[in-house]
Design a protein around this ligand. Structure first.
Ligand code: FMN
Length: 478
């Protein structure tokens, strides 16, 4: 009934427009020379037809989501990209007048799915085909149950990278699960390989169409800004490991000196001098605060089996000269920001993972939040100190409540951070009971799974998954 009325409405409008256009023609033939009047009358009609047609159009398409309620936009993100895309998706829907509820999958329960009728999921994959940390509780509690989702229409944007074996594994699992529970796909899952713009455009088009919104300019990642390398210091002279450098960079435009501890930088692709190859884009954790006056990175120089310098790190650690231009943009990584309040933080990391942890510590100290505990591991106490002198100064100044350093090649005490963590089980439990957020930064091979296993032993699987769902277990590992 509603759609019949809608169609009648449109038909009546068109008829009226035709009649009015006819009247206008008569009008113009009688009053030759009153072009301005005619144009303004035409504009009024056009605007009126346009406005009424626009108002009538969504009502006629009564399959549209906003007729029955809003759209749930759900993100599951490890390093912020899925969250950024969820916000853009929401903005595009709102542009079309759709009510939107943006939610992190971490806080989504079966009851939210029971009441939603339309949902868009943007889900990344991390680790080795794993769901983002925050999604663990959803996987455990909601995905293992068998809710009936026949009332739900949905679509999935799966983020991943084909360099990994299990491409888009979590997005695919989520899609299969929704479908198996009876939910109806709005359109096929879209998979994004390493931020591929074609796939993002495809998603954007689908979303704009759903919203009935006007065409919008293509989503683009923010442009790279012009920065310069100002300083490069070797942090581990005499190390048996690969050289590790502290870099300081400044932007040409001082307004770009803006980020939060936990954010990451993307270094733009560039052509090596005299080389036709374009060097790939690279990501690094930021090691400083804007108040430091420059952006710090900690970069380990990589060499291939052939002994040649790695393409990204080689440029930053050897080829670029001080003063050289570097294309850089900051990516917000809200999942790795410090808590707003003074509750404790437990920071765990190794090697170049010190970068992100150092920025977090600086942010905590700047806020006067001093319940900070850092466990950091490297190889040799003498050679691999990275920023350890500074950490010890913070500890001595009581800005770092506890500092545990573990040296895997100096055979004294525990060898790795996970061993140190196990040895400190009781204080770890106490810290978590006091509301601590745990941050893990460093290598995915060995360290991150080792720390995860140790935390599960100390706190129990359930507690680890619960704190992850509450945003209190955050990992930036690579
Ligand atoms: C440590 C790490 C592990 C990853 N593992 C996978 C993987 O197993 N499969 C995959 O398709 N993509 C993988 N990726 C790529 C991410 O899914 C991709 O970069 C995505 O855009 C990240 O989105 P997010 O910032 O919302 O987490 C991995 C990325 C990182 C940093």
């Amino acid at each position: 009934m509603k759609s019949v009325l809608g169609q009648c409405g449109i038909g009546a409008l068109l008829l009226l427009a035709v009649l009015l256009a006819g009247r206008l023609q008569d009008f113009s033939s009688l009053h030759v020379g009153s072009g301005a009047q005619m144009a303004s009358a035409a504009a009024v009609v056009a605007a009126w037809v346009g406005w009424t047609a626009r108002a009538a159009w969504p009502r006629r398409r009564d399959d549209l989501p906003h007729d029955v309620g809003g759209i749930l936009v759900v993100h599951a993100s490890q390093t912020g990209f899925a969250t950024e895309l969820a916000e853009r998706t929401a903005a595009a829907l709102r542009e079309g007048g759709v009510r939107v509820d943006v939610r992190d999958l971490a806080g989504l329960g079966a009851s939210d799915l029971a009441t939603a009728t339309r949902a868009l999921f943007i889900a990344s994959t991390t680790g080795e085909g794993d769901a983002p940390d925050g999604a663990m509780a959803f996987q455990r509690e909601v995905m293992r149950a068998a809710p009936d989702l026949h009332h739900l229409t949905y679509a999935v944007l799966a983020l991943g990278d084909r360099d990994y074996e299990d491409f888009c594994a979590f997005g695919r699992d989520l899609d299969r699960w929704l479908h198996a529970r009876g939910a109806l796909p709005w359109f096929d899952r879209i998979e994004v390989d390493n931020g591929d713009e074609g796939a993002l455009r495809h998603w954007q088009r689908q979303v704009t169409q759903l919203a009935g919104a006007a065409e919008q300019p293509d989503w683009q990642r923010p442009a790279y800004q012009a920065w310069r390398l100002r300083e490069r210091l070797l942090l581990n002279p005499g190390s048996v490991g690969a050289p590790c450098f502290h870099l300081a960079l400044t932007p040409d435009d001082p307004a770009h000196l803006a980020w939060e501890a936990g954010d990451v930088v993307e270094i733009g692709p560039r052509r090596a001098r005299g080389d036709a190859d374009v060097l790939p884009h690279r990501e690094y954790s930021i090691a400083s605060l804007p108040a430091d006056g420059s952006l710090h990175l900690v970069v380990r120089q990589q060499r291939g089996a052939d002994g040649l310098l790695g393409s990204g790190s080689g440029w930053l650690t050897a080829l670029a000269a001080e003063g050289d231009a570097i294309d850089l943009r900051v990516r917000r990584n809200a999942g790795f920001h410090v808590p707003a309040d003074a509750r404790p933080v437990l920071l765990v990391g190794n090697g170049t993972g010190i970068a992100g942890l150092r920025a977090l510590l600086k942010a905590r100290i700047a806020r006067g939040h001093l319940r900070n505990w850092l466990l950091f591991g490297e190889r040799h106490e003498q050679a691999d100190r990275l920023h350890v002198d500074e950490l010890e100064r913070w500890r001595d100044a009581e800005q770092l409540e506890r500092l545990d350093l573990v040296w895997s090649r100096d055979v004294r005490g525990p060898r790795y951070v996970q061993d140190r963590l196990r040895a400190a089980a009781e204080p770890v439990r106490q810290f978590v009971a006091d509301g601590a957020t745990i941050y893990v930064c460093g290598s995915l091979a060995g360290m991150a799974p080792g720390v995860d296993a140790a935390l599960r032993e100390i706190l129990g699987d359930r507690a680890v998954e619960d704190i992850a769902a509450a945003g209190r277990y955050r990992r930036d590992v690579y």
